[in-house]
Design a protein around this ligand. Structure first.
Ligand code: SIN
Length: 295
């Protein structure tokens, strides 16, 4: 059953997260009130979906910028004239896709992105869905004992593995230009349990792509607990799955959601455009501290 807010219709798509939003044209110059309703839906449902949109790169940038400054990816080239727009393209002859593993966007940065807005232009006839997993639901399901242990921990994140030669993200794809990070990727520390600055809800904040170890622990010591969390965090009941059509948009909250782009459409083309929203300086200040500390 869809719920009607002032301007939107909201229909939940799964138990843990996800809602399809109707009644809004994202290419329009939306009022502050509508943007606030979309933001509230994002925080509450963790990932929100829109159908039948038509967005030029400039319109996607304008919509994204209503939620915060837009990120320019350090390793993936942006569109000519729109450096904030990342084109995610898998050509029929490409073997690896981009984003084909569970992750939270940009957790490898000192100030990770709060949200990502992905717009589908060309969608394979079958396959190419995106999976999402609620890290808030994953946290809620832990025992009080493990929650207490994790509360005190921080974890080290880096792009070093994913974006180095041989890393999944740095694989050569015909229509995407990705530079290798090699030794240049820094390491940044984030809390293992993140308290959402807008909802106050807690979520796990480690992911298999970018989390290297717990702060003050060796990799070997960290591995068993990280492996447990990575497996726990993608339990089916914490997930939802989005089947794209041309004109679909997914907007996810990286502070409480993992995502995974399925690579099950060999020989077909998939073309998406993403803008990624950073926190505003005032949001970092409200959180009481910088989001991360360089080590
Ligand atoms: C990404 O990780 O941002 C890509 C997701 C997708 O293409 O479905």
């Amino acid at each position: 059953m869809a719920v009607k807010t002032q301007s939107l219709t909201i229909r939940r798509v799964a138990g843990a997260l996800g809602a399809e939003i109707g009644g809004v044209d994202l290419s329009a110059d939306l009022s502050d009130a509508v943007i606030a309703e979309i933001r509230q839906a994002l925080v509450e449902h963790q990932v929100i979906f829109f159908r039948d949109q038509a967005l030029t790169p400039a319109q996607q940038v304008r919509f994204g910028a209503r939620f915060g400054p837009l990120n320019i990816h350090p390793y993936v080239a942006g569109m000519a004239g729109h450096p904030e727009v990342m084109e995610i393209i898998k050509e029929p002859e490409d073997r690896t896709n981009f984003g084909g593993g569970w992750h939270s966007d940009m957790s490898f940065l000192e100030t990770p992105a709060i949200g990502s807005i992905l717009y589908g232009l060309e969608i394979p006839e079958y396959g190419g869905d995106t999976l999402f997993a609620s890290q808030a639901a994953a946290y809620d399901a832990l025992s009080p004992g493990l929650k207490a242990t994790l509360e005190g921990l921080r974890a080290v994140h880096s792009a070093g593995r994913e974006y180095s030669a041989g890393g999944h993200s740095a694989q050569k794809r015909k229509s995407m230009s990705v530079v290798e990070a090699e030794g240049a990727a820094g390491e940044f520390v984030h809390p293992v349990v993140l308290t959402h600055p807008e909802s106050g809800r807690k979520a796990l904040y480690v992911n298999p792509a970018f989390t290297m170890r717990f702060e003050g622990w060796s990799r070997r010591e960290s591995k068993p607990l990280l492996d447990f969390l990575f497996e726990h965090a993608r339990y089916e009941a914490f997930t939802c799955r989005f089947a794209w059509a041309p004109g679909s948009v997914a907007f996810w909250d990286n502070r409480q959601v993992w995502h995974f782009a399925l690579n099950d459409y060999p020989g077909q083309r998939r073309h998406m455009r993403r803008v990624t929203v950073d926190p505003r300086p005032s949001e970092l200040a409200r959180a009481g501290a910088k989001a991360a500390t360089a080590i």
